[in-house]
Design a protein. Sequence first.
Length: 282
Amino acid sequence: MRRGPTSVEPRHGYLWLGALRLHFLEWGHSVHQTLLLLHGLTNFARSWEPLALALRERYHILALDQRGHGDSAWASDGAYTIEDHISDIQALVEILGLRDMILIGHSMGARHALMYSALYPQRTSRLILIEGRPDDDAQVSETIRQTIIAMPEVMGSRKEVEQEIRRLLPLASPRLIQFLVGHSVKPFHNSKLTWKFDRAIRDKARQGPWRVVNLWPLVELICCPTLIVRGAESSILTDAGSRQMQASIAGSQLIEIEGASHTVPQDKPLALIEAIRQFLEP
């Protein structure tokens, strides 16, 4: 039975882009302004649920499982460049006929949101960048690479999954960790479990330095109202970097979430929701 527009449970949607199937979640009613959510590296659309449930009465919310993540397909050719992701987002926007979007991204998703908004300014009315670094800082990239390498490929039980998520998200609440356990993994051989992201991403991390495209040339092209969110304890988006972004995006706002690290949506979901509400509904 189809769930209603304000249902707690999301509705599931799929897009075929050639041989690649993309999965997305939907909350709220399409008569409202669309809020498109883009998750971070190794994460998934369902991780946005606390935010989606809080805002579903006012907005039409779409959360994309970006290629190689969640319930979207893995790219058979290992195509995970930022250009590949931007192409997916643009296809989603075109196929669903989205206009006047509010775009929210975290980490990798924030980089994608930044680039998309710079290239397609007519489609984005507001932009929220959560812990999205425009630069290619080698030390930060190495920290991310080591984090991915340290994640076990296979786990023997949900208890092991819980322990690993607790290690990765020490500031997250026990309730949220339990929720993430139920959506972070899928069955593997011999009753074991594995993460819901492409092993090719981990293999790439093992091969050597992890570098990203420098997005600073695009930052000054952002022309919509923008909120920059930094976790006060983050080692990924520095205080100097976030302030430089604010100075480079005309009229942008910057907020630091106390008690949060890089994983702001999981560390302090209520504080993040309040900051977003104040930005969208002053």
